[in-house]
Design a protein around this ligand. Sequence first.
Ligand SMILES: Cc1ncc(COP(=O)(O)O)c(C=O)c1O
Length: 422
Amino acid sequence: MQVDQIRQAFPALRRTRAGRPPIYFDSASMAMKPRPVIESLTRYYELFPSCGGHGRSVHWFGNEVRGEVSKARASLQQLVNARSANEVIFTKNATEAINLVAYSYPFQKADVVLTTDKEHNSNLCPWRKLEAKGRIRHEVVPSNDDNTFNLESLRQRIKAGGVKLVSMVHMSNLDGYTIPAKEVIDLCHAHDVPVMLDAAQSVPHRRIDMQELDVDFLAFSVHKMCGPTGVGVLCGKEESLNKLENFIVGGDTVADTFYNQEPLYLDSPWRFEAGLQDYAGIIAAGAAAEYLMGIGLENISRHEHELNKYVTEQLQRHEDIDIVGPQDARLRGGILTFFIRRLGLGDIGEQFDERANIMLRTGTFCVHSWFNARGINRNITATRVSLYLYNTMAECKVFVETVDEIMYETKSFPRVELGAGD
Ligand SMILES: Cc1ncc(COP(=O)(O)O)c(C=O)c1O
């Protein structure tokens, strides 16, 4: 992969501060945006900034918007190999996509929804809320000690019955680990249990084939795949989508409305996309999908693994650094989360930023429940490096040098225990 060439397409990466470029290691939170995506946003506003609603504004500009939105839907369909473009629903983000399923799935009291024990709050809070309202029971499949997936636990729980939906993070934003999705789905389907994957971290970084996986619902965010903010996607098998009631209703979801009978709703995707949409964002989402497919998702994963392998090995030299999840970098995509067991270090995110323009994430990464369940000592800040197609080996070397510097300067600090069972 020609990373130098790729970087040319990202204007933000050409900035400098104090004469040094940015080292952006926070792509699991939000990815940088390449020129084709930025240009497709401005194209909408410059050329046809009008309504692309279904069956509305049947004029020159409106028709162009509808044409561009259909192209974008087809690009997203191709990115995840959905069976039809009608299986692609645009939402605000992955969170909204998951909530859409949670609030429109035909649950009956006491139905069980299963998740893993390291869900992003976006795939946890909706289920906790439904449980609090008495609509479902939420249960958790415990991971192995090294944070890998425990298929046997899932098998036991599914066999016991009562599970109506399995909703799991595909690639974890905590440690980069990817669950064995195909095995999970086959096992669940053998017991007629549908599966939703929270694919916010996987779709941007690896090739996803919905048909090969046979997954029922797939939720992801476009801002993590080099696209604009404010657009997410829920993909679903048409037969699974048809089982959902629509969640937010109004303009554009209907074929006809009356005062004395229920509205006649359109089919998917329109019945789920209420009101005028973020057309610029949707069109740019298509540009982002095309951009990633042009580079090749396999190439992106390979590049991230190479960088992660190097950074992991370098951090493993320090005995006061603990890496979260499997120690083998091949199992963690482009993510490396670690604790530095030194009391008094504080939040070291600012130090990385100030010392070398390294932008990374510290804290609990919206997976508070994992930290609480494992009793992690909150006096130590977890630090997450998340790599993407535009990161270079040279940047990783600067990062490693900065870690070495911090470890040297704090070598007299007292060692902290990580938490219960440490
Ligand atoms: C695994 C996972 N799921 C869901 C989300 C939520 O994404 P969004 O905030 O774009 O809805 C994120 C964002 O970090 C994530 O990493």
